[in-house]
Design a protein around this ligand. Sequence first.
Ligand SMILES: *[C@@H]1O[C@H](CO)[C@@H](O)[C@H](O)[C@H]1NC(C)=O
Ligand SMILES: *[C@@H]1O[C@H](CO)[C@@H](O)[C@H](O)[C@H]1NC(C)=O
Ligand SMILES: *[C@@H]1O[C@H](CO)[C@@H](O)[C@H](O)[C@H]1NC(C)=O
Ligand SMILES: *[C@@H]1O[C@H](CO)[C@@H](O)[C@H](O)[C@H]1NC(C)=O
Length: 388
Amino acid sequence: MMRLRTSFLFISFFILSLGFLEAQKVPAVYVFGDSLVDVGNNNYLNDTFAKAIFPYYGIDFPTKKPAGRFCNGKNAADLIAEKVGLATSPPYLSLASSKVKNKNVSFLSGVNFASGGAGIFKGIDPNYMRSIHLTEQVDYYSQMYEESTKQIEVSTLQKHLSESIFFVVIGNNDIFDYFNSKDLQKKNTPQQFVKSMASSLKVQLQRLYKKGARRFEIAGVAAIGCCPTLRLKNKTECFSEANLLSVNYNENLHSMLKKWQLESKNLSYSYFDTYAAIQDLIQNPTSHGFVDVKAACCGIGELNAEVPCLPSANICTNRQDHIFWDSVHPTEAVTRIIVDRLYNGPSQYTSPVNMKELLHVSIAKSLSPFTFFILLSLLVTCYQTKTN
Ligand SMILES: *[C@@H]1O[C@H](CO)[C@@H](O)[C@H](O)[C@H]1NC(C)=O
Ligand SMILES: *[C@@H]1O[C@H](CO)[C@@H](O)[C@H](O)[C@H]1NC(C)=O
Ligand SMILES: *[C@@H]1O[C@H](CO)[C@@H](O)[C@H](O)[C@H]1NC(C)=O
Ligand SMILES: *[C@@H]1O[C@H](CO)[C@@H](O)[C@H](O)[C@H]1NC(C)=O
């Protein structure tokens, strides 16, 4: 009896320290992408209309004010930070503009490079909707990396980056652009277009890899044809062509990642099937308390999707029961469920591992032979106690 208690004590202690290790294991999160993860970069752009600076954006954010998120509350970048126990990584342009003296400190605690409206490609109408597209985001990252190498040991920097998470959410705007541009459609078949999206993304991921990134959390595109603005093209039903293109792109992305991992040493990734996770909510809304899967909560006209969410727009009474916040973005309620699936699985949405397992990969590696020996002895003790 005594031995049993002691073993349990040791095992609990071991599990507790493992939990502690896990909480400590991610030193920083670096975010790249579009409006689904922009936490305020676009507020620093002078020449863009893609800014979340008006009510009712941010109505459910802790400050109850527009917070540069294209959402009623927190977005996926905030919620990922919550999952790993870190503060939300600050927008790159806020660091650049406030001329932070200890730039290495800001860089080492994580940076968000994402920009509303950004795509893998530069976009079809850069004058009207200027954003920081992916190549530029990686340029900014590279600059910060180079500056840091002047301030700290390269090996220290690389160890830090190799343990950090690189969260990438991009591609949605490229697919919107394809449907808005006769020119793009003329130059590329849908198949050619999604293939070039995946290969262009790979080039940028390789640049991050060359500058220390090793652990990637990569989200596929959403069910774009089901967002309110594209439902207007099909009598409020999902627009099939956009959904088909989304699925095709995700397939290309997923196989690109598999190949890339084979070519690259120490690379680990988790791919998240955003499309499947959101389709599940749209098709089974009631099990999660959703009532309206079609209309935007905030906007004007049919499905509240004909005019953007501006101060003069309608706003729904219950933001918890809507899938969509505005004509293209999900509510915080949906984002919470999505981020939970990205972090915890199940495996129908995450491949080859979920984000929690992605963090675990290096924990297993970092267990010393000595720790392994202790664990083994504990297990044996426990087993013996049980059989006695
Ligand atoms: C925006 O304009 C201000 C004032 O003209 C300038 O100092 C700043 O660099 C500009 N910001 C960007 C991101 O171009
Ligand atoms: C940042 O760089 C300064 C020297 O420029 C150094 O004293 C400080 O320790 C560095 N901070 C971190 C967190 O490495
Ligand atoms: C419109 O929606 C219906 C029902 O979901 C679907 O069968 C059809 O393919 C859609 N048409 C277009 C053009 O998206
Ligand atoms: C891979 O990881 C090992 C062990 O941490 C390290 O020695 C090696 O330099 C790494 N190689 C690359 C390319 O990251």
